[in-house]
Write a protein that binds this ligand. Structure first.
Ligand code: HPA
Ligand code: ZN
Length: 344
């Protein structure tokens, strides 16, 4: 029998329909990076904050980044409009509605506690705001979730250790920890002790590595931090032995194609290594990273990648299946989503 997927092989327009129908897990999404300019202005007004942009259009026009740091400077400044529990709730709820529209069935969300505690915001404010929205999203939209605080690697390891202590009363809400922010000059090994402490409590860890940094940072994340997934990891393409290792270990990479183009980590979508990595047997997934800043949520990341790299229906089914496999869902739930993907 000819499957839906077979038919779509010959129908590029139908690819978008397949992408919309595929149950997807999003595994690399910074909730602060889903702050749309409209919400940034609304929250600024609510709190009496003057933004250094005339309007939403002027702010959007500033989203032209030459590298990761240029983006981070704007991203941390933008997060300053998030002040109370409702702000974090609204931010998370808006993301969940977008995710639902894109066929996301499960999301594992990053947030940056230090961005908020450094401004004097109590962890209760952001943890409760985010978690309440995630609970409502599960009940009303059917999206399951995990929550992963990330440490800012441009700060000291002691700062991360102090932050972990501050988060202690809320640990039941967290399913693992991660590492983000300015990569080059801040290798994973800088956080060996705090990640060992987290793993000793039975929690998995992930780390951004090989976004702008060299393949050696990916090796450090594997060998020193003992990560369960690598966030980005695209620079592995420069090290064939590492690509083989990632494939052999079936170590998931949470790749964010639009982010990589927008931050000039790759020169164009056509030059993106995700298809080469997939063909080499690496367990790659597609995610949106900071969709309000990079021009698209997860569905747009799938569509843009499929178009630029001429992905087939089988490739797309594999990417969605990879996202479910690489998630921290229970096996029974994984099997249920994988069966749906198989049937498309
Ligand atoms: N890289 C590193 N840190 C980040 C990113 C990213 O793409 N997005 C938000 N924090
Ligand atoms: Zn990221």
């Amino acid at each position: 029998m000819t499957s839906f997927a077979d038919l779509l092989q010959k129908d590029r327009a139908g690819v978008d329909t397949l992408i919309a129908r595929l149950p997807k897990a999003e595994l690399h999404l910074h909730i602060e990076g889903s702050l749309e300019p409209e919400m940034m202005f609304a929250k600024a007004k609510k709190h009496g904050i003057t933004l250094p942009y005339a309007d939403v259009e002027a702010l959007r026009a500033a989203y032209n980044f030459g590298n990761l740091q240029e983006f981070l400077d704007l991203y941390y400044a933008g997060a300053d409009v998030l002040r109370d529990q409702d702000d974090f709730y609204d931010l998370t709820w808006a993301y969940l509605q977008r995710a639902k529209a894109d066929g996301v069935v499960h999301t594992e969300i990053f947030f940056d506690p230090q961005t908020h505690t450094a401004r004097g915001i109590d962890p209760e404010v952001f943890v409760e705001g985010i978690v309440q929205a995630l609970h409502d999203g599960e009940a009303e939209l059917g999206i399951t979730w995990r929550l992963i605080p990330n440490f800012l690697r441009h700060l000291t390891e002691q700062d991360a250790i102090d932050t972990l202590a501050e988060l202690e009363p809320y640990m039941d809400n967290f399913h693992g920890f991660g590492l983000d922010s300015s990569e080059v000059g801040h290798p994973p090994s800088k956080f060996a002790r705090v990640f060992a402490e987290i793993r000793s409590r039975g929690l998995p860890v992930v780390a951004h590595a090989g976004e702008e940094g060299p393949p050696e940072y990916i090796v450090e994340a594997l060998d020193i931090l003992h990560v369960a997934r690598i966030d980005h990891g695209i620079r592995s393409i420069n090290d064939p032995a590492l690509v083989s290792r990632l494939a052999r270990a079936q170590m998931p990479l949470t790749v964010c194609p639009l982010s990589n183009v927008k931050l000039c980590a790759v020169s164009s979508m056509q030059a993106h290594p995700i298809k080469k990595l997939m063909d080499a047997g690496v367990l790659v997934t597609i995610n949106s990273d900071d969709p309000a800043y990079f021009g698209g949520y997860v569905g747009e990341n799938y569509r843009a990648t499929a178009k630029a790299l001429d992905l087939t229906a089988e490739d797309l089914k594999k990417l969605a299946a990879n996202s479910i496999r690489a998630s921290w869902l229970h096996e029974v739930q994984k099997a249920r989503h994988l069966a749906v993907i198989d049937g498309l």
